[in-house]
Ligand binder design. Structure first.
Ligand SMILES: [Zn+2]
Length: 70
């Protein structure tokens, strides 16, 4: 599952960066969807998804893409 937010530019304020968050199974790196997340179980390998891997990318003009694992 990929959650994206768009950059918002507010006049006179710092723009809010666009972000892209991908949720993956910690065991098999399967892309986790809503149903799997709700069930906290990976459909591919049956792993517990109570703490899924989240890769967040922040898109900003002066900052290179980077990944964060929560
Ligand atoms: Zn899995």
């Amino acid at each position: 599952m990929i959650i994206e937010t768009q950059a918002i530019e507010v006049s006179g304020k710092d723009p809010i960066s666009a972000t892209r968050i991908q949720i993956l199974c910690p065991n098999c790196s399967n892309d986790v969807d809503d149903a799997e997340l709700a069930a906290s179980k990976c459909n591919e390998c049956g792993a517990d998804l109570s703490q899924p891997v989240q890769h967040a990318e922040v898109h900003a003009t002066s900052i290179p893409l980077f990944g964060i694992t929560f």
